[in-house]
Design a protein. Structure first.
Length: 105
């Protein structure tokens, strides 16, 4: 079974903020690498591709067995995507955060 992966408006905003944060960090650095922001975004998108085939393989969040999170590695840390399996063919990404951020629940 193949699942359609959709982004909530909040998840779209999260992607933009994550990209902007990494880009600004690199611009402010003396040895900044502007390609890192693009590579981070690509790592997130590649990681989310896993959800189209195996969303139930991700760890559960809370009491609802259909709300889960995906760990996406990038560099020395990475990102966490919160998502819900809404039916037999659809996954909706609710939020995406850097692993070092406090919380998204």
């Amino acid at each position: 079974m193949i699942y359609t992966v959709q982004f909530s408006a909040a998840a779209d905003e999260d992607l933009e903020q994550l990209f902007d944060f990494v880009l600004q960090r690199e611009l402010d650095s003396e040895t900044g690498d502007l390609d890192i922001a693009e590579r981070a975004l690509q790592a997130i998108k590649d990681g989310l591709g896993f959800l189209s085939v195996s969303p139930f393989a991700c760890r559960k969040v809370g009491d609802n067995p259909f709300v889960r999170e995906l760990i996406i590695t990038f560099g020395s840390s990475g990102y966490v995507a919160l998502f819900e399996i809404v039916d037999g063919s659809t996954v909706i990404i609710g939020a995406i955060r850097h692993q070092r951020e406090d919380d998204y629940h």
